[in-house]
Design a binder for this molecule. Sequence first.
Ligand SMILES: Cc1ncc(COP(=O)(O)O)c(C=O)c1O
Length: 365
Amino acid sequence: MTTVPINDLSRWDSSELNELSTQIRRVLKSGHFMLGSNTEALETHLGERLGGRKVVCVGNGTDAINIAFAGLGLQPGDKVATVANAGGYATGVLLRLQCIPIFVDIDPNTAQISVASFKQTVFLHPDLKAVVVTHLYGLMADIDSICDIAHKNNIQVVEDCAQAIGASLDLIEAGAWGDVSTFSFYPTKNLGCLGDGGAVAFRDPTHADLARRIAQYGWSERYTISENNGFNTRIDEIQAAILLARAKSLNQNNEKRRTIVRAYAASLPDKYSLVWKDDLSYVGHLAVLICPDRKNVQSVLHQHEIGHGVHYPISDHQQPAWKSLFKETTLPNTEALVNSIITIPCFPSMRESEIHQVCAALSDL
Ligand SMILES: Cc1ncc(COP(=O)(O)O)c(C=O)c1O
């Protein structure tokens, strides 16, 4: 028996390897490495996928969140609702911008933001300026209901689509529902580059224009600084060219991920569940099990040589760096789920034998 890795980015299809090598050589020969035709084409491609949004490519998914908030004009002291089980990316940016994260509990079955808890948060904080909806593990949250409540209350919706690119609900993609959406192209993402990359997609083009200035030193034109919160966050031409090439197989790879999770669901004893849906609103970024007896499941996976992990082991309000800020916060569903989740292997280049090996381990639980 060989170990099934939780992910393996070293497995290349030879045609993809050739295609990416060609793209890299093309950029090398052009001598144009930043802000060129590949970045422009990637922004257009993403914008079209998202029903005509204005897209600004940036350096990574964390900068994308930063630029999204800046483009919406959030100010220090503004309250923003977010979940506490999504890795802390949005919370970290909010704290750095001196905004106030207001944590919303999750739905215990889907691990996504709870609509009921969001409703309550809106009631308790009538001055809420925005809500971050993270489509966690590649499963779309109930974005329709959240947008409905938010927009009735003048709250802007930020979709964090780092884990959900290509997912769709009622034929509308994740990222085309809210006021702004953010993406990460970190190599393990469903659409990954060979380094860092990210993007922000705005509904309002004037927000995108402001974001573009902030993403490049605050320049309105070369060497003219018109925004006082500018910094530098850009994607490079090689990564943009790679993403454009890989975007062609995104839907097919998302389908492969769903097929893997479908096989897991069929092998899983009733006592356990998976965070997924067997439709296009789930793109299998991570295969996450919910198990009341995590230690036992970890030990069975270990015996069957199945790689596993926890996404994420500490909720934001309990992180060592932040917990003193959130002493009053209690999030029963979040706190319970953090202790009962396990991530198991799911990536498009998984071999049939590996999928069977995972299924056999699940059947043995
Ligand atoms: C949900 C979510 N948001 C934001 C990020 C941050 O993206 P990056 O690592 O590209 O900064 C990630 C991934 O790492 C993520 O999973």
